[in-house]
Design a protein around this ligand. Structure first.
Ligand code: CA
Ligand code: CA
Length: 301
């Protein structure tokens, strides 16, 4: 009920000024504008139909990688029932092949929050086009999932995003985070590294009609030389060209991350909510990805 009222308020504000709900940090609703798929042709995809990750298309993160408040490990990634599944959970004992691949001693293992990342880095990258994922988000606090794009130019500090920009097609920070519900995601960009030179922009929270933690939705970005146009289920949610649009090929990433630093989870960072460590119905949380599809403009193929 509260959620419905808020959505009506947001819809009214969007008529007055489309930027108003975002400026007030209320969140936005997708617009009525739909992506025009007629101008694109499919050039790369993974439907995750097999029983293991296609290593010709994807690489894991390094065998064990400290990542914010947790660790990435390849054991947390699987392919089953037509989905890529990235699991997230607290492990008291190491993942199955942790020692085999890490070269670490048994007593060096640190219990912690484990999850995973896959990337097309060194396997597939593309400049411009339309990029879409269909997925169900991991329903847990203290963490988030993401479909994003990167290249090495992202780290180059020159007051421009044209050399490379981290494009976050979606990030799911909002599970159980808001009094109005948990059906929002965030979309944004980052460039000029992650230190003092960092720049970023965001179109903020975007509400989805159904519960993205229970149902499939598609999240897409159209990228041309002038702007990024973001979509949910084919409906435009916002446009961005801050810093100049990346003019270089970028690779894709699918990942889950825990809020925190140095492998230590910190509750309520990035608005992810306090983590619920007690095993319950949410653990292990699963990020289920039905497909990733990359299209190119027909006149660029
Ligand atoms: Ca730059
Ligand atoms: Ca599939």
């Amino acid at each position: 009920m509260i959620k419905s009222v808020l959505k009506i308020i947001i819809a009214v504000l969007m008529v007055i000024n489309p930027e108003l709900p975002a400026l007030l940090d209320l969140g936005k609703l997708p617009s009525e504008n739909m992506v025009n798929m007629d101008k694109f042709v499919l050039v790369w995809n993974d439907e995750f139909d097999g029983d293991s990750l296609d290593k010709n298309k994807w690489g894991y993160s390094w065998w064990i990688t400290e990542r914010k408040g947790g660790y990435w490990h390849e054991d947390m990634v699987s392919v089953k029932d037509g989905n890529l599944v990235i699991r997230a959970e607290y492990l008291e004992s190491p993942p199955e092949n942790y020692y085999e691949n890490s070269g670490l001693d048994m007593d060096e293992y640190k219990p912690g929050w484990y999850t995973g990342k896959v990337t097309t880095r060194d396997k597939y990258e593309q400049c411009y086009g339309y990029f879409e994922v269909r997925c169900i988000l991991p329903a847990a606090t203290g963490m988030w999932s993401a479909f994003w794009m990167m290249n090495e130019g992202v780290y180059n500090v020159n007051n421009s995003g044209q050399d490379g920009t981290e494009v976050d097609v979606f990030e799911s920070f909002y599970y159980k985070d808001n009094w109005w519900g948990n059906d929002a995601i965030s979309t944004g960009i980052h460039y000029d590294g992650y230190g003092e030179g960092h720049h970023g922009d965001s179109i903020g929270k975007i509400f989805i009609e159904n519960d993205p933690y229970k149902e499939y939705n598609t999240y897409g970005v159209e990228w041309n030389k002038d702007e990024y146009i973001f979509y949910i289920n084919g409906y435009e949610t916002g446009r961005m060209s801050t810093g100049g649009v990346s003019q270089n090929p970028e690779y894709l990433l699918l990942s889950c991350e825990f809020a925190g630093d140095n492998g230590i989870q910190e509750s309520d960072r990035h608005g992810t909510g306090e983590i619920e460590r007690t095993p319950d119905e949410n653990w292990p949380a699963e990020f289920k990805v039905d497909y990733v599809r990359c299209y190119q403009y027909k006149d660029l193929v």
